[in-house]
Ligand binder design. Sequence first.
Ligand code: ACK
Length: 991
Amino acid sequence: MDCNARSLLFILPLLLLLSRFPSAFPIIYPPNEVNLLDSKASQGELGWISYPSHGWEEISGVDEHYTPIRTFQVCNVMEYSQNNWLRTNWIARQSAQKVYVELKFTLRDCNSIPLVLGTCKETFNLLYQETDENQGGHFREHLFSKIDTIAADESFTQTDLGDRILKLNTEVREVGPLTKKGFYLAFQDVGACVALVSVRVYFKKCPNTVRNLASFPDTVPMDSQSLVEVKGSCVNHSKEEEPPRMYCSTEGEWLVPIGKCLCNPGYEERSNTCQMCRAGFYKSAVGNAECPKCPPHSFSHHEGSLHCGCEKNYFRAEDDPPSMACTRPPSPPRNVISSINETSVILDWSWPEDAGGRKDITFTVVCKRCRVVGADGSSNGGALRCEPCRNNVRFLPRAAGLQNTTVMVCDLLAHTNYTFEIEAQNGVSVMAPKMRQYAAVTITTNQAAPSPVTVIRKERTSRNSVSLSWQEPERPNGIILDYEIKYYEKEEQETSYTILRARGCNVTLNGLKSNTAYLLQIRARTAAGYGASSPSFQFETSPDSAFSISSENSQVVLIAISSAVAIILLTVLLYVLIGRICCRSKSKHPDEKRLHFGNGHLRLPGIRTYVDPHTYEDPSQAVHEFAKELDASCIAIDKVVGAGEFGEVCSGRLRLPSKKEICVAIKTLKGGYTDKQRRDFLAEASIMGQFDHPNIIRLEGVVTRSKPVMIVTEYMENGSLDSFLRKNDAQFTGIQLVGMLRGIASGMKYLSDMGYVHRDLAARNILVNSNLVCKVSDFGLSRVLEDDPEAAYTTRGGKIPIRWTAPEAIAYRKFTSASDAWSYGIVLWEVMSYGERPYWEMSNQDVIKAVDEGYRLPPPMDCPATLYQLMLDCWQKERNNRPKFEQIVSILDKLIRNPGSLKITANTTSRPANLLLERSSSEVPMGDWMDGMRTLPCKEAFSGVSYSSCDTLAKTSTEDLKKVGVTIVGPPKKIVSSLKSVDTKNDPVPV
Ligand code: ACK
């Protein structure tokens, strides 16, 4: 067979082959394979050596893309002893230790070739030779080593149509380990019909890669089975967390990644790289998390931000994480409520409306003591000057860092104005001093009793006396008026005791039994009353001398005789005294008024009994008994402030020798007075001089030995209460008004305890000083009423201030402390209506009738229900049902302690509310308005079956109200007509 015949025999199927395997093109080799030789890549002659020359034949062809390719074929199947060699060019090994040879070929099935003589083969051999250099055309068969015999997996197959389909065989063989710089491959044909379509020689590597943000370079595996350990290096903007490593397998695969790198702050991982955070995002720490968005109230304008800056007026505390929103100081606390209890106050407040976005809120309370100071430094008018409170003011639990919304402030000064600034703070407050706000509350402390005397010393002891001294209480809470010293024999255990009073801090106890143990307690008294008693202090008197002990019996006899004489004398004396209706006891020493108690029962109340100056035959004696005679030269009159019944009332100054000058009011007796007028004028001083109480006007003294005759009292800067209230309409807080009322009630309690009935208690007879302290004034007897312009003559003679007076006092002159309580109710009404005239323009006649029929004044505008209830109680027809002044004081104290209770008001009408309360619904028809009133929140406050307590008042129902016959009627016209119709039905009231 000639050469052409051979070609025909073989090429046609080859072209067919190429067109039948389009999927083989274009060829993309795996990334871990590095070609050392690819016959397809060469489009020109390959230049391989073929030996003998009629053996392997190089043929050009095209692939399916018509790209020319070079192939080799041999098909000397008709001839014997074939040994045809085809040798590649020298192939540089590069770094490979092991190479792969991929052969693509076709091989004809000998059976498919007609006329073969049994020489036909179906395999060929693959061989190689290693050399360090290219040996050119030099070729020696025996230097080649056999790699393998290559047989076809597939061969020609006959189809039904008679076409021949050529199957392409692919065989891969490993060669290695290679040690020399290069090598040759050789294909030995021994009589097959084979076409070598392509030869590719490659080695495997682990291609460079990035894993866990570490980059690993191209790595050629070892020839052996062992893995190559490769260290990675962190990509840009990242840092090693744990050294990155990986293993490269012989198959060119990366295995077992260990360790990793993390993106630096400001960078995030994107596609195996660390990229800058975008604007509006940030990353503050190393890590592969995404850059988070800037938290609320913060921003980042640039890429790669580590933190987001805070918006204006927003801050980040030092410990705040960057992921936290920016925050701001909280708004001030709200609804600050103060509850004052003597010299302590509990402050309560609500959580601030805006916590500033934080949860770490605490509260700080700053205490300031504030005074209105005039330009001259006096306390008259001017600016409010505040100074920090003294250090000994205690805060419970503490002043700063409070986590609850309440604090108790103790040990304040009594009767003093304080301002408390309460600030809510959070973690960023310190960063924004200008944004910090506080809520302030101003309070005035109440009177408070002094703290107990704690230090008592024994100065001298004798058989019958002991001298003691003590230290002023730590917290006097006011000016100490005197000390009460109570002592008794230790053995008698308080069944009988003696009480002494001393102005100073020392006392000598006389008349003690010798050689006897005594127990003693001291308590201080201020305007606010007595403080707690000191702990019991024990002392012993000295023993009798030897002589007196031996003559004990005779001494007993002596004592018995002298006691009998003394008792007789005392009886005579008492008889004389009772005969003169004089029931006062005089102490020998002005500073020490001694009261005796026996068998534990008080013979005289702790407060002296009032002595009616008219029981003195000579009233001027009474004046000098109770009032100090002043030298007129000590008094400087400044100006006239008003007119009294007997003469002008002036303001002035009193300077007593070795005492500080004080402001005083001076009542003068105008010239040309009668003896009776003089007596009546001075009677007031005789009465006033017996009183010593912070809510009773204090008498400084009288001038009787020169003219004009004067009564000098303490000066009350704000004059009388009624005009003061009218001048300051609606200017005071509920607590201030209740404070004034408490003062009046306390003064009245003192008077009633002393057995004094005032008879003319009205706002015009109360004086007010610059501290809003109210004091009862205008004392007298019948004169009181004579001199009162409000007093009207009754049918029984005498003048009575009808609108202020209890019905029984009007009707049959039954003046008692209970009738004073009625008047107190009217004063209460006057105060709460800021000086309104009780019963407005109604005539006295009408007032008497209306009151008698059960009508009562309506609540003043905005009057707290509890206070209105107190008024109604004071206006109980049955006088025994009216509250005692002691109870009134305690009710008002409770209100002061619970200012919240003042918020429930008794009505919503505007002043003047010309409405009266009706006693019985059956007597006077009720209007529709009544129904409306019933729904008022205060309705339950209108009780008053009998006097109970402040707490129970608010619980009384309208049914209870009806039981006592109190209902409400209105409007004004209806009342007038109702009153008129009642008028015509009833007998005239004796006025
Ligand atoms: O309202 P007033 O200014 O206060 O007018 C009357 C006036 O004298 C006639 O009583 C005033 N007055 C009375 N006693 C005193 C006092 N102790 N201090 C100041 N003013 C007084 C009262």
